[in-house]
Design a binder for this molecule. Structure first.
Ligand code: ADP
Ligand code: MG
Length: 261
């Protein structure tokens, strides 16, 4: 079990990440994918990072996962600047947008769950199957025993995303980073996945939901941070942001949701 501390579970302090981009007339210029981004996520809290395509959301996810090193600023977990390691990867797990691409078609559900269980020593060969069945129950995939022997193509999109979430939970993480977890799913399945994530949050996980969709942020998040061109332009409780948005960019995002309703 990770040690508890007063510091937030996740803290980003003025994180900056620039990429060089080919400018006009062949001049190289650098673009800030993340411009002094500060953000916290506590245990038992879901924070949504909302922004349009290109605003820097995936870069932020990569920085949190320590797949990308920020140019300046810090990423702290429980107040510590931990290097990327097996232990770090166990504490911070990612849920991707496309549950089909994130599962291997040649392997069964059991294989997908047993692998992290064994690698992170959360189960032995003797206990992996029963632990995997428990994980499937946690994510609402039943009958679990039957699901364990299925291959990804025998599952619906929503069921696949549940397997991906079960796999993330296998290593007993403290933080889930979910990058557009419902955007590839039928609208009818989205609410179920968000409800599942909400239940996990209520059991103490920290969740960073990354999305272009304020409606899913509203369904899950306690707080919303609005990202525009690498900058957080507005941040507040979900209620504040939805009911009294201050920044014109947030208003524009909200208008786009209202137009869809
Ligand atoms: P989002 O996930 O919100 O769509 P990204 O984080 O993918 O945004 O991208 C933010 C900005 O950074 C974009 O302008 C994108 O072109 C740029 N960018 C992202 N990754 C790279 C990279 N590896 N090399 C160069 N530019 C990148
Ligand atoms: Mg993205």
């Amino acid at each position: 079990m990770a040690e508890q501390s007063k510091a937030p579970l996740l803290q980003l302090r003025a994180v900056e990440k620039r990429f060089s981009a080919g400018g006009l007339f062949g001049k190289k210029r650098s673009v800030a994918a993340l411009d002094k981004v500060s953000l916290t996520v506590s245990r038992g809290e879901a924070v949504a990072l909302v922004g349009e395509s290109g605003s820097g959301k995936s870069t932020l996810a990569r920085v949190v996962l320590r797949l990308t090193k920020p140019d300046t600023g810090a990423v702290l977990l429980d107040g510590r600047d931990e290097p990327a390691s097996l232990a770090y990867r166990a504490r911070v797990q990612m849920i991707f947008q496309d549950p089909f691409a994130s599962l291997n078609p040649v392997h069964t559900v059991l294989h997908h769950l047993a692998r992290p269980l064994l690698r992170h020593r959360k189960a032995t060969k003797a206990t992996a199957r029963s632990r995997a069945a428990e994980l499937l129950k946690t994510v609402g995939l039943e009958p679990a025993e039957e699901m364990l022997d299925r291959h990804p193509h025998q599952l619906s999109g929503g069921q696949r995303q549940r397997v991906a979430i079960a796999r993330a939970l296998a290593v007993e993480p403290d933080l889930l980073v979910a990058d557009e977890p419902t955007s590839m799913l039928d609208v009818s399945l989205r609410a179920g996945i968000l409800k599942l994530l909400k239940g996990l949050k209520e059991r103490g996980l920290g969740i960073l939901l990354i999305t272009h969709d304020l409606a899913s942020a509203r369904a899950l998040a306690d707080r919303i941070a609005v990202l525009n061109k690498g900058r957080i332009v507005e941040e507040g409780t979900t209620r504040q942001i939805i009911e009294a948005p201050q920044h014109p960019y947030t208003r524009a995002l909200l208008a786009a949701v209202a137009a869809k309703d």
